[in-house]
Design a protein around this ligand. Structure first.
Ligand code: AMP
Length: 173
């Protein structure tokens, strides 16, 4: 039996659209994970003990050229994070008496961590929502390193440049 012609409907168009055309699946950064950054920057873990002084902490921050230290206990387990912002706040609150104070009294105890498998977009969202710039990376075996908001943004910028170049090459031929 011949069937009568039916004009295509919007639903049909949605069904035939390829995955690469949808905005959700065409975002490369969703595929990029914390592990990609660690591969590039290495797995250095700069840590300090809670019993150490802020003087030791500022020396370490200066020597390593970093903005935050992970705080670990005698077993190497993460028990806090100390960023330069914590030290600056303390300097304002206790002028002239800050450097002898203990890391454990000034650090942030509830540390948000990520795993190497976590997508960078998710880490970026959590950092923005929590208003912090450092995220320790952990796995079953322990601490693997630290990613910063700068690492994530640099990685994404490089990706965007690469994508733009690929698009240009597609257009120009
Ligand atoms: P930051 O912007 O990373 O220098 O830190 C701003 C504040 O957030 C400081 O009080 C830090 O101790 C705290 N902080 C930094 N990273 C984290 C994290 N991953 N989880 C919880 N707090 C954090």
């Amino acid at each position: 039996m011949p069937t009568s012609y039916q004009a295509p409907m919007r639903k049909d168009q949605t069904d035939t659209r390829t995955r690469s055309q949808s905005s959700e699946t065409n975002t490369k950064s969703e595929l990029a994970t914390v592990g990609h950054i660690l591969k590039g920057k290495g797995r250095d873990v700069f840590a300090i003990r809670p019993q150490e002084t802020l003087k030791n902490a500022v020396d370490a921050l200066k020597d390593k050229g970093i903005g935050a230290l992970m705080v670990t206990d005698a077993n190497g387990a993460l028990c806090g994070i100390l960023s330069e912002r914590d030290i600056v706040r303390k300097l304002a609150d206790t002028p002239g008496q800050t450097l002898p104070q203990l890391v454990g009294d000034v650090m942030t105890q509830n540390v948000e961590t990520c795993t190497p498998e976590e997508p960078l977009v998710s880490v970026l969202k959590r950092m923005t929502a929590g208003r912090f710039r450092h995220m320790p990376v952990v796995s079953d075996t322990g601490l693997l390193g630290m990613v910063t908001i700068g690492d994530v943004i640099n990685f994404r910028l490089t990706e965007l440049e690469h994508e733009a170049l690929q698009l240009k090459q597609l257009i120009v031929g």
